[in-house]
Design a protein around this ligand. Structure first.
Ligand code: ADP
Ligand code: MG
Length: 325
């Protein structure tokens, strides 16, 4: 049986995790959120957050498209994004590295220079790691963080009636990737969104005290809405026409013969945040000068997870990036 036969990445994770103890009184949230949440061990009363992400050469990055410095930046950003999605701030980082025997020392040093840039930007301290050799360059980063208990935003906290909001335009990274894959030269903005994205640590902790559920958009809006609904036991109604997208993403769709909506719904690595919030608190965000866009609502589970397309038709909200399908 192959991984695709059982439904892909997430079905596999469920099967694997059943093989080991995965519950503990101090583990407030384990498998199934952007980071694990461990309570009761930090002297200041904050929860410890732990997240990990792995990038593999030719699957997640291409050395002919991205400089080692860009790869270093992105490898840190995707982890910081997961900490921001919990409402937290990052602290210490561990880097496990597999390098091919022919890897140049200068390449590895530039990779770390990129990581260093991102670490300085987001307040992260390198605290350890592991180095070995392998057939493909592999970068696995584990990032710790902290969050005040009252700011913790779990994927399971959405409530029917909440607005679903995003922190910025979606689909730009996917648009950049589509152009590069088609052999076209993307405009700088789209190229940067794909190769050296930022993440929303600037707003995550400020949104957290008011938000219910939060998740970062790494696998496309459709996947992330489904994750929130699954964990919260809710449905959702998304309005396609309300999803913010950059005009250049529409242009990229035209040039590559793609559907722009697919960039936003199924394109990975925007690293914006998706969160649910009570309607009255949504206005609070505005008063505090935090700019977000409402893209839909949380509904009861029985209503399903739906999207209203620009032509008015309602469809099941499927899609999103799954590593094995
Ligand atoms: P994200 O996209 O936010 O990085 P993932 O989709 O990679 O999250 O993972 C979803 C959840 O499954 C996370 O809680 C993660 O810790 C857990 N997980 C993923 N792969 C494994 C694995 N091989 N073993 C144990 N837990 C895993
Ligand atoms: Mg995430």
């Amino acid at each position: 049986m192959k991984i695709a036969d059982i439904g892909g990445e997430f079905a596999l994770i469920e099967r694997l995790c059943a093989q080991a103890p995965n519950a503990h009184p101090d583990l407030l949230a384990g498998i199934g959120d952007d980071a694990a949440v461990i309570g009761g061990i930090q002297a200041d009363g904050s929860h410890l957050l732990v997240t990990t992400d792995m990038l593999v050469e030719n699957s997640h990055f291409r050395c002919d498209w991205a400089t080692p410095e860009q790869i270093g930046i992105k490898s840190v950003v995707c982890n910081v994004s997961d900490i921001a999605a919990m409402g937290g701030t990052p602290t210490f980082m561990f880097v496990s590295l597999a390098l091919a025997p022919e890897t140049e020392v200068q390449w590895a040093e530039s990779l770390y220079r990129g990581m260093g840039k991102a670490c300085r930007r987001y307040g992260v301290t390198l605290a350890g790691g592991d180095t070995t050799h392998g057939a493909a360059v592999t970068i696995s980063i584990t990032l710790l963080g902290r969050v005040a208990p009252e700011n913790l935003c779990l994927r399971s906290h959405a409530r029917p009636g909440d607005f679903l909001c995003v922190t910025g335009p979606l689909g730009s990274a996917a648009a950049g990737l589509a152009m590069m894959t088609a052999g076209l030269k993307p405009p700088d903005l789209l190229k940067e969104k794909h190769l050296t994205p930022g993440c929303r640590l600037d707003v995550g902790p400020a949104i957290a005290p008011l938000a219910h559920a939060m998740i970062d958009i790494s696998d496309g809006l459709a996947a992330e809405v489904n994750h929130i609904c699954k964990q919260s036991g809710t449905g959702a109604a998304i309005v396609a026409a309300d999803i913010p997208m950059h005009p250049l993403a529409f242009e990229a769709a035209r040039m590559t013969g793609s559907d722009p909506l697919t960039f936003a719904l199924a394109g990975g690595e925007d690293f914006e945040l998706l969160f649910s919030i009570a309607p009255q608190d949504r206005q609070q965000l505005e008063r505090r000068g935090i700019d977000v866009v409402t893209v839909g609502k949380v509904t009861n589970a029985a209503a399903g997870i739906l999207i209203r397309l620009p032509d008015g038709k309602r469809e099941k909200l499927a899609g999103g990036y799954n590593h094995f399908s």
